[in-house]
Design a protein around this ligand. Sequence first.
Ligand SMILES: [Zn+2]
Length: 374
Amino acid sequence: MIKKIEIARVFGIPIKLDLSWFIILAFITWTLASGYFPSQYPELDNFTYLVMGLLSALLLFVSVLLHELSHSLVVRRYNVHIRGITLFIFGGIAEMEEEPPTARSEILMAAAGPLCSGVLALFFLIVGNFFTNFVPYAPVIGVIKYCVFVNTAIMVFNLVPGFPLDGGRILRAVIWNYTGDIKRATQTTSKIGSSMGVFLIIFGFFSIFTGNFIGGLWLALIGIFIKGAADAGYQQMLSGDILKGIKVSELMTRDLITVDDSLPLDRLVDDYFLKHRFNSYPVVSDGTLIGMVSINDVKKIPREEWRDLNVSKILDTRAIDFCVHPCDDATNAMSMMVKNGLGRVPVLDNGMLAGIVSHRGIMHIIKHKVDLKV
Ligand SMILES: [Zn+2]
């Protein structure tokens, strides 16, 4: 299913729209055209309100895009690769391949966004004053004033010192610089971010029950999003930290159960899926790995055909592209599996199947290490 559409490339960075973006564009346009603008400028007609609403919503997204772009351009100077900028329901995300390398680069990267929004707010303020004094046309002034407001709001909101918001990143880098301990810095600022999320959720529900339904729902949703991002950011750093220096060979299973490609599906189900606990098996033909077969591949085939089909007809040959080497970093193997939605991948050594690593197996080790604090 397509969820993101690439609309442009700016300085070589792909700009993508998440499908949720269209919902929020319509929602903001409607809120502004039916409520905000008619209350501020009661003398205009409905069509003008609609145009003003749509224009304001689009300028809001351009503002968010410029904010994210400024983060991206700064962090790219430190050779961190940017996969793209995605605009979605709660704003924008610049997808970085890795974290900024030093505390200093993190501060500069994080500060660039709010600074950009501040400059935009000032720019719209000056343009707005120009129009008020020389071309006093209410619809244009209304849109520009809205842009001053949203850019100020984006700046202030992002400066809240909870990770992963920009303010939280700045605070994290300051603590990191001061203590030299990025883990503790992330822990502290994630907790602030998480608490801030909880506060927004509570405040949002409070607003809903005191009559501000849409505003309250909005705050609560943003709160859930921030809390999730803060918790996930911390977990992610923790697992990256724990897996650091660990090789695939230390985590892989060596006693392998392989399946021959000529095996009929009914026997695959009886002798493998119903007998062992694995959801997928490496498939070999004359001793060489040719793919993986999973329980989901079998599920797609009607039961009455199981007897006549063999494994070679349904196996997933992507496994050949997604294999790892025993000397690979466990972190890389893990992120490769997460990115491609794979549960288990084969480990190949000189073209020979040496073992299997599983997402669940790695998560298990992370959990034990966290529990035992080793
Ligand atoms: Zn930002």
